[in-house]
Every structure is written in structure tokens, then in C-alpha cells.
Design a protein around this ligand. Structure first.
Ligand SMILES: [Cu+2]
Length: 859
């Protein structure tokens, strides 16, 4: 059977990167040409699938012998047409002249198919790079499966919206309509398939599970207002929805929903009437008002949680001067409003706090203010030239302004590869997405084709405050409830990410009627840490050296940010060449500040005439679903203990030294480490069924970079909403039903949370040789100080963790890097340099002017 006949027995099926159809078959040369018919052909990702009717398929691919990513191919679509050449000897080679680096074509079948068998086997025999072929198969599966995790496209979002809007029984109206008593969509995002379904595609190249959407609907126009979540499928053309259920069949309380723009509109209206009543008090006290104010206006920040018990919706609102950096301008006026009713006319003011004094109504404040019964405050005259809260530089500059500082350059172009949500770099590969609720996640993390983790993703970020004003005492921010995943605004080249970074757009559907486009909201770049990954100067102890060896430390970074009102989080995942992966969050932006009172000094620092920076603790939660060389993993901790030995070469003496003490953690409870308790030194996850060359079980360890501590006593009211924060680390058995440790409802109902992490470890399951998930809490205490003005700086405010190989490889995998330089003294002591990269680096920096737009809008 000829190749052409073999191919004709199959019909091409679509895969994202390439669709091919058989072209002409030339009987003289016995060559069959396949032409790319639809998509851009990416020469780095050439995978072709042919399927037969019999549920079997042939995979054809070609790949490069030279290290992946180190060469930039310039194939065009036409030039990349795959050619099969049967050169008498049956050897298939790639004929593209431009793509001459792609030098071999391998074809095999997963299952014997009549008539194809022999044809495939002949080709298989000729596949000279068997190992490379296996690697490529793994790579192709990873690429094939990456789209499982891709966020919804605007088209998919619109289709889901249109489908649900047409379901009359739901009675949906615009999310932007001004009434609260309505049924509307709050959120549409990707709903992940179950893990074992995804793995069928990722490990075996089988069909991907159908794409589904998670939709949050607010049913305000019901006798029993409620929040309901649906799974809508199949995408891209949905035709059904079903209820999404939660552990213990818990229902989502209507009062636990995040605030939407409509509710803010009505809060703003209420605040106008409050401010109107208190206009003179505000004007005399602050020089600013809420209406009719031109350049002396007030604005406000709202505090969460909203009340003291489940089912409440009562928010403290803090007035601030509306100037650049208004978070640093609280004016000493706070109001507690009850906005539970769906009729804003029914909303009430329950308390007022003015200059340290509490009142039951605005009227009471005004009356007692007028009668002179209370302590009045008068802020200093506002000085427009006082730059306090602004970014405008001041003071003597110690750096030149006529030249730029150092910049990252890629002298010969990028060395990483991004295809949609699939990324490859120096042996690493992964897929990514950005959840609207909690943000950045990566999936199917592999190194040299071997899986290390199935999912590593942000779950939650909290900041719990203390202070002397009611707003400060009440502030317990739980940021997924503020849709921190959607707060990923535009990144500035050269500042937020290097100019050379790849900037990608994101789309979210949250509190809107159409998808919103967030331009340049995610960036990927390779950088140098300006630190060797490893180096050695081998001294000859007589004024010279035997050799010098060194390797630059390059790392790939994927980054998004969340600006949750005043605060900015920078979320990074970093991938080092030696198999180390790092998760890091850096905190910046404005501190959450309240009005200064002398008592306030117990809770922070005075940072301005009338402003206190309040102490708070940041805690961040990550899910780390490890799959170390497979799903079956175990967990042990390793510490040291002193031992006493009789000195074998001097028996009169005793030797004291440390020895390893390993503790196998067999159950979930034994693998949950509370804050404040002793935390083991090494946290070792390993595959008990796989060993490295030296007989050690292949493993990875989690190493912390964190100074976090718990924020409230265990079980205390709001603490029930963040039970994950009890543990620096907890290890559980993977369950699809335990997908996340928090929810968007935790902020407004932390008292009776929909999702409680504690439930995940309550049953204390066995975790030996199981699919394990590590839940990692990192954080830091922040006592604001004068240098937090105008903004908290990132240096010293980055925390996170490392995933580090521990006997996973046989040696440092960065040995495959050809950026290594070795120098040896040659003849006449002239140094001889051994290297594999060009001797001259060259230089190039972008000459594009700085651009920034800052808008995000519906599409
Ligand atoms: Cu802080």
C-alpha cells in the first residue's frame, strides 16, 4: 500500500493549529503533497491528525532536531505544506526548503488499522529519532489539550448570553438596568471539565471534552431572591443548561452576592442625600462637599464585609477627598448604610461616625453639631501644591534624566513560544487562563514532557485590618468577592513588564451585558536575573585557575495584575531552566487608610496630618495540584534530629551530628499545618512508583517565601469564611468537587460560607499513593509607615513559594542549556573559551515610543 493510498484511507480532522487535505499525488516521484487549507501553519507546532471512521487515527508530525525554541522559523503557510516523499527506500522527509530544519516526518498509528498497518510500520522503522518522537508525542498532546483550559472567547460568551437570554423561563434582563429587582447574568466564564476527562486528551491525545460555561445568575425578581449557578453547554453553540451544585447542597444566599454597578449607582444616590443633609458639616470640616463641588469634591470607599451576620447587607462607607490618590484622604466621616432591600427607597442610614463620635442618624449629627455639643474637626486648608498622595516626583533627584536605565533586550529574538494559551520555554510547557473570580491559573505543567503539576492557581487574596474608626475595624477584604480576576487592567511596557514582553489581551464577562476587552492585560517574557544560575571559579591556588564555568540565569515569567480598588497585586509564575518553578505575588498600590485619631497609633502609623495607615495582614491562597511523573503521589516531611555516636576513630569521644528524620504523612489531618505550630523544614512530594537513576523516588518540594500568620482566632465569626487561612499548608486528595478553596460569595457572607476549605480535610482521607493537591497559604503583615506614601513598594513585599525538583532528575536539567560558558587556560595561558552561543551579543532596544491607552470596553 502506498503512502498516498494510506492517507486516502483517512479523512483529516480539524485541530487548532492546522488543517490539511491531501493534495496531488505524483506517480512519478511517488510524492503526496498535503496543503494547509485553513489555519496559519506554525512550523514549531506541526501536528496533523487523520482520523478514520473506525475511531483510530494516524498522527503525523515533523519536528526539529535542533533544540526547540532556539531558532526562529520563518515558514509561510504555503512553504509549510507538508510533503511526504517516498524515496525508494520509503524514507519520509520534509521537503520544505524554508523549513529545512524540520527534517523528519514520523507517522504511526495508535491502533492497528487494516491496510495502514504495514505502511505505518515501515515509517516507524525509519523514525530515526525515537526518543525525540516520544517527546514530540507528549508535546503534541499538551498542545492539543491546552485549549481545554482556554478562557471563553468573546464569541462563546455572547453565545452563552444570547442562549440564556432566550430561555424565557429564566426571565433575564440587562445587568445594567437600573432596578435591583431583576433577573440578570452576573458572570460568565469557562467551566473546567473533570480532571480525568482532560487527562484523556492530555495524555492520550483523545478528543477533548466539550467546552462548558459557568454562569452566575442573580434572581432578584423572584418571591425568594437567590443566586443560582448554571453549567451551560456545549460551546460554542450552547443548547442546554443545568444547575451547578455545591457541597452539602448548600444554596447561595442572595445577600452574599458581590456588589454590582447598579447597586453602586443607588449607593451613590443615597450618599448624595446623606451629604446634602450634612453639607455644612462637611464643608466647614473639610472644605469639600459631595455635590455642587467643582474642584473640591468628596468621593467614598465602601467597606466589607457588609454587616455582622449572615443575611445582612450593611456597609460602612468612608468619605474621602476626590483628589489624585483619594485613598489617602479620609476626612473623618463614615456612614453605615443598610442596603439589603431591593427597593433603594427603603435603604437607611443606621449610624454616622464623625471625628471619633457616633450618631444614630445624619439629622442627629447635624443637630448636635449646630448646638455645639460635639467635638468639631477642621482639616487644614487643602493645598493643591501639596503633592502628598501623587506620583509627581519631588526632592533632589540623584539619577540622570537624559538617559534611560538598564533595559532587557533579546538580541536575537525571543526563545519562548506562545500559541494562544499554550507556552513553551526551555523544556517547560503549560497552558494558562485567567479566571474572572480569582485570576491566573496554569495547567498541565510539564518539564521535558513529564508532568509536574496539573493545576497551579490563585484561589483567594485577603487583607484583614485593625483600627480605631468603624470602617477600619470592619475592613476584612476577601478579594475574589471583588472579582479580582477581572481587575487585570492594561500593563505598561517598560514598567509593568519589559518592553520586549509578549502582551496578550483578556476578556471577562462580569457585571456587564457584553464581554469586556482588557488590552495587554497579561504578559509573558524571558528575563535574566543578573545572577548566574550556577558558576565556579576553579582556583589553582597559584595565581590562576584550572577552569571557569558559568551559566546565566534566564527565567520565563507569566504575569497579570489585579487592581482591587486601592491595592495592586502583581501575580507571577516563573520558570527556571533547572526545573524550578516559582509562584510570587508582589503587593503595591495605595494603602487602605483611615482618619487619624490618637488611639489609632495602636493600629499603625500616622502618614499625614489627618491620616492613619492601618495595620493589616495579607494572605494569599494557592491550589497546587501536583502530578509528579503521574497522578499517584505521596507526601513526607523531612527534618533533622541530633544523634550521638561513639567516635569510631577516637572511642573516648562522642560525635554529635544531625540525621534525617522523615515523617510519612498518611492522612489529610496529619498533612495540615496550622499557623503558629511548628512547620517542617522540607515538604516533599514524590512519586512512590518512579525512581531516578540513583534509586530515589522522583520528587518535588515546596519551599516557602512567606511571613504570613492567621488573622483571626479559629472559628471566630468571619474566620469561618476563610478556613483555608488556618493552614500554611494542607494536603488533600484530589476531587473534582473540591475545585476551589473560596468563592466570590465569601466576602459578603463569611459567616456561613458557600465553600469552606475545612470541609475538604474533615474526612481525613488517606493520602498515600494518591492524586494529591497541596493548598498553600503565603502572606505578610503590613504595618504601614511613611514610606508607603504615595504607594507601597514591591521590594520586600513579595511572597510566594518555589516548586523545586528533589531527586526528580538524574542531574541538574539546566545542563541541556547551551548558554554555558567554560574558560580554560590554553597555550601560553591564553584563555580558551568554549561556548555554544554567538561570541558577540549585539544589541537592540525597542525604538517604539511608550504607548499606553488605559481603556477597557465592551465588544
Ligand atoms: Cu498591605
Amino acid at each position: 500500500m502506498s503512502i498516498a493510498e494510506g492517507l486516502e484511507a483517512f479523512s483529516p480532522i480539524n485541530i487548532p493549529c492546522l488543517t490539511l487535505r491531501p493534495g496531488q499525488h505524483d506517480t512519478n516521484t511517488a510524492a503526496t503533497t498535503l496543503e494547509a487549507t485553513q489555519h496559519h501553519v506554525d512550523p514549531l507546532l506541526p501536528a496533523v491528525l487523520f482520523s478514520s471512521a473506525a475511531d483510530s487515527y494516524v498522527i503525523a508530525m515533523f519536528f526539529s532536531e535542533i533544540p526547540k525554541l532556539s531558532t526562529v522559523f520563518t515558514c509561510t503557510r504555503r512553504d509549510s505544506a507538508v510533503c511526504l516523499d517516498q524515496k525508494g527506500d520509503g524514507c519520509c522527509s520534509f521537503l520544505g526548503s524554508v523549513c529545512s530544519n524540520a527534517d523528519i516526518l514520523t507517522i504511526w498509528s495508535q491502533r492497528n488499522v487494516e491496510g495502514v498497518d504495514m505502511w505505518c510500520h515501515r515509517l516507524l522503522l525509519l523514525a530515526t529519532l525515537g526518543v525525540a518522537a516520544a517527546e514530540s508525542a507528549s508535546r503534541m498532546n499538551a498542545l492539543h489539550g491546552a485549549s481545554i483550559f482556554a478562557d471563553l472567547t468573546p464569541r462563546e460568551m455572547k453565545n452563552v448570553r444570547d442562549y440564556l437570554m432566550n430561555c424565557e423561563e429564566l426571565g433575564l434582563t440587562s445587568a445594567r438596568a437600573k432596578e435591583l429587582k431583576k433577573n440578570s447574568i452576573l458572570l460568565i466564564e469557562l467551566h473546567l471539565p473533570r480532571k480525568h476527562e482532560a487527562l484523556r486528551a492530555l495524555d492520550r491525545g483523545q478528543a477533548r471534552p466539550e467546552r462548558q460555561a459557568r454562569v452566575v445568575v442573580q434572581f432578584g425578581n423572584q418571591p425568594q431572591p437567590n443566586i443560582t449557578e448554571y453549567i451551560v453547554s456545549p460551546l460554542p453553540m450552547p443548547n442546554s443548561y443545568k444547575l451547578k451544585t455545591f457541597k452539602g447542597d448548600r444554596k447561595i444566599k442572595f445577600e452574599s452576592r458581590p456588589l454590582c454597578s447598579t447597586e453602586y449607582f443607588h449607593i451613590n444616590t443615597l450618599m448624595k442625600t446623606v451629604a446634602m443633609k450634612a453639607n455644612r458639616v462637611l464643608l466647614e470640616s473639610t472644605g469639600f462637599t459631595f455635590y455642587n463641588c467643582t474642584d473640591r469634591c468628596l468621593t467614598f470607599s465602601d467597606i466589607a464585609p457588609r454587616g455582622l451576620a449572615s443575611g445582612e447587607r450593611r456597609s460602612w462607607i468612608m468619605l474621602q477627598k476626590f483628589v489624585e490618590g483619594y485613598f489617602l484622604h479620609p476626612v473623618g466621616f463614615e456612614v453605615l448604610i443598610n442596603h439589603k432591600s431591593l427597593d433603594p427607597e427603603q435603604w437607611t442610614v443606621e449610624k454616622v461616625w464623625y471625628n471619633g463620635q457616633y450618631f444614630n442618624s445624619v439629622e442627629e449629627l447635624v443637630e448636635r453639631y449646630d448646638s455645639g455639643e460635639i467635638d468639631k474637626v477642621k482639616l487644614p486648608e487643602h493645598d493643591d501644591n501639596d503633592l502628598f498622595s501623587s506620583y509627581i516626583p519631588r526632592g533632589h533627584s540623584n539619577t540622570r534624566t537624559d538617559i534611560h536605565g538598564p533595559k532587557l533586550v533579546e538580541p536575537q529574538g525571543p526563545r519562548y513560544h506562545v500559541e494562544k494559551n499554550f507556552v513553551e520555554y526551555a523544556g517547560w510547557s503549560f497552558a494558562f487562563r485567567v479566571r474572572s473570580s480569582a485570576g491566573l491559573q496554569i495547567f498541565d505543567l510539564r518539564f521535558n514532557g513529564e508532568r509536574i503539576a496539573y493545576e497551579i492557581g490563585l484561589q483567594e487574596a485577603i487583607a484583614f485590618y485593625s483600627g480605631d474608626t468603624p470602617a477600619a475595624m470592619q475592613t476584612k477584604y476577601v478579594d475574589a468577592g471583588w472579582a479580582m480576576g477581572t481587575s487585570d487592567y492594561e500593563l505598561a511596557p517598560g514598567i509593568d513588564c519589559p518592553e520586549i514582553a509578549t502582551f496578550l489581551d483578556l476578556y471577562h464577562y462580569y457585571d456587564t451585558d457584553k464581554p469586556v476587552h482588557y488590552k495587554n492585560a497579561l504578559c509573558i517574557f524571558e528575563m535574566t536575573t543578573a545572577m548566574p544560575l550556577r558558576r565556579h571559579f576553579n582556583n589553582n591556588f597559584s595565581g590562576g585557575y584550572n577552569f571557569y564555568g558559568g551559566l546565566e540565569n534566564h527565567v520565563l515569567v507569566i504575569r497579570t495584575t489585579s487592581t482591587v480598588y486601592n491595592y495592586d497585586y502583581i501575580w507571577d509564575f516563573l520558570f527556571y531552566q533547572n526545573g524550578v518553578m516559582e509562584s510570587r505575588v508582589s503587593a503595591t498600590g495605595y494603602v487602605h487608610a483611615t482618619f487619624f485619631t490618637p488611639q489609632g497609633l495602636h493600629y499603625g502609623s500616622r502618614v499625614y496630618n489627618y491620616v492613619l495607615g492601618n495595620l493589616h495582614t495579607h494572605l494569599i491562597h494557592y491550589k497546587v495540584d501536583l502530578d509528579i511523573a503521574g497522578r499517584e503521589n505521596s507526601f513526607e516531611t523531612i527534618g533533622l534530629g541530633f544523634e550521638n555516636l561513639t567516635n569510631p576513630w577516637s572511642p573516648k569521644h562522642t560525635i554529635k551530628q544531625s540525621r534525617l528524620i522523615r515523617a510519612q504523612r498518611e492522612t489529610e489531618r496529619s498533612a495540615a499545618f496550622r499557623f503558629g505550630k511548628k512547620f517542617p523544614r522540607y515538604l516533599h512530594f514524590y512519586n512512590p512508583n518512579q525512581q531516578n537513576k540513583w534509586g530515589h523516588q522522583k520528587g518535588y518540594r515546596i519551599q516557602y517565601n512567606s511571613h504570613g500568620h492567621s488573622v483571626l482566632p479559629r472559628g471566630w465569626r468571619e474566620e469561618n469564611g476563610i478556613t483555608w487561612s488556618r493552614y500554611q499548608l494542607a494536603v488533600t486528595r484530589h476531587k473534582d468537587s473540591e475545585a476551589t478553596s473560596s468563592s466570590i460569595y465569601a466576602q459578603n457572607d463569611p459567616w456561613e460560607p458557600l465553600v469552606s476549605f475545612e470541609d475538604y480535610i474533615r474526612n481525613n482521607e488517606n493520602i498515600v499513593n494518591q492524586d494529591l493537591v497541596a493548598w498553600v497559604t503565603v502572606g505578610f503583615l503590613h504595618i504601614p509607615h511613611s514610606e508607603d506614601i504615595p504607594n507601597t513598594g514591591t521590594p520586600g513585599n513579595s511572597v510566594g513559594f518555589f516548586l523545586r525538583p528533589f531527586n526528580f532528575f538524574n542531574e541538574d536539567p539546566s545542563l541541556s542549556s547551551k548558554s554555558t560558558v567554560i574558560v580554560r587556560p590554553g597555550k601560553d595561558k591564553k584563555p580558551e573559551v568554549q561556548r555554544w552561543t554567538p561570541e558577540v551579543v549585539g544589541h537592540c532596544v525597542s525604538n517604539k515610543p511608550f504607548v499606553y491607552d488605559g481603556t477597557y470596553s465592551g465588544v
